[in-house]
Ligand binder design. Sequence first.
Ligand SMILES: NC(=O)c1ccc[n+]([C@@H]2O[C@H](COP(=O)([O-])OP(=O)(O)OC[C@H]3O[C@@H](n4cnc5c(N)ncnc54)[C@H](OP(=O)(O)O)[C@@H]3O)[C@@H](O)[C@H]2O)c1
Length: 333
Amino acid sequence: MILPDEMRHVTYHTPGGPEVLYLTTGPVPLPRPGEVLIRVAAAGINRPDIQQRKGAYPPPPGASPILGLEAAGEVVALGEGVTSWRIGDRLTGLCNGGGYAEFVAIPAGQCLPWPAGFDAVQAASLPEACFTVWANLFDLGRLAPGETVLVHGGTSGIGVTAIQLATAFGAKVYATAGSAAKCTACLDLGAAGAINYREADFLADIKAMTSGAGVDVVLDMVGAPYTQRNLRALKRGGRLVQIAFMQGSVVSELDLLPIMMKRLTVTGSTMRPRTACEKAVIAEALHDLVWPWLEAGTVRPVIYETCQWSDVSKAHRLMENSSHVGKIILNIS
Ligand SMILES: NC(=O)c1ccc[n+]([C@@H]2O[C@H](COP(=O)([O-])OP(=O)(O)OC[C@H]3O[C@@H](n4cnc5c(N)ncnc54)[C@H](OP(=O)(O)O)[C@@H]3O)[C@@H](O)[C@H]2O)c1
């Protein structure tokens, strides 16, 4: 394929609400050594994109300033030294940025094939949630088969993946969500119990659901108002894994005694600043364990809505309204 010099991509002049987003034209990125260039067919929307658009989550040095942390498409050029992919391969990749565009360059090790039978939209829904859940629930959280886990935000893009992967792994999953319908969705995805956090105290409910025992792991994206109860919800040897602080990271008063009395681990991480090597190690684990689950239908993509990328403002508004269950995807065409 002869590559054009220019491509369309989403941009904004000044940080702000969803209305600041618009399509513009700019140069097609060149793949650097170790990168593949793909022509994007679909790109996933993630909550960190909202933060970036608001000016609260700047891209790391060297990353594309264009929004978009995951994209699926066809390989159209190879950077120096890439042998793992060929022109024409269809892949889905964890981008360091730049997914809301007609072309994006991605480190080859951060890419995975479209699972058999998947279309571009389904493939684009996978990387950010799968990489994040793997790194936090299984690596840092050391979740083991037979253990119990509480997933906050069970119907988020991250949550629907965490519920399914943990269940497939042989763990017993509980989830929180903000409505009865969302709780039903969590149960349909395999959760053993779901708590409507707007109507019930999740700590009291999780204790009741586990006969007072609590859980081995908590995956949390809420932060401050949940921290004390998260520590109390954990069993001896439990792990609290923090992947975001949607309601703040500063707790005015916190009793740390449960950490000592129950030998707890408090940890967490963010995916974007990790090195390409670290991300490639996660990709290998996903390829070996999670991709067969996707191809067998054990774990399925949960697509809430696909928007044309000319409607990118609408898609961001949809995510911020938080009525979605699963992923919101942009169709790039
Ligand atoms: N650490 C990392 O590397 C990493 C990577 C990607 C994403 N993240 C973070 O993970 C989170 C989810 O990302 P996403 O893209 O999947 O976003 P998303 O689909 O928009 O999910 C946000 C979720 O938060 C839930 N929520 C809000 N307040 C809650 C509360 N008090 N208790 C329980 N749930 C609550 C919402 O559910 P309701 O509408 O029902 O309230 C919604 O499902 C975001 O905070 C994002 O920044 C972290």
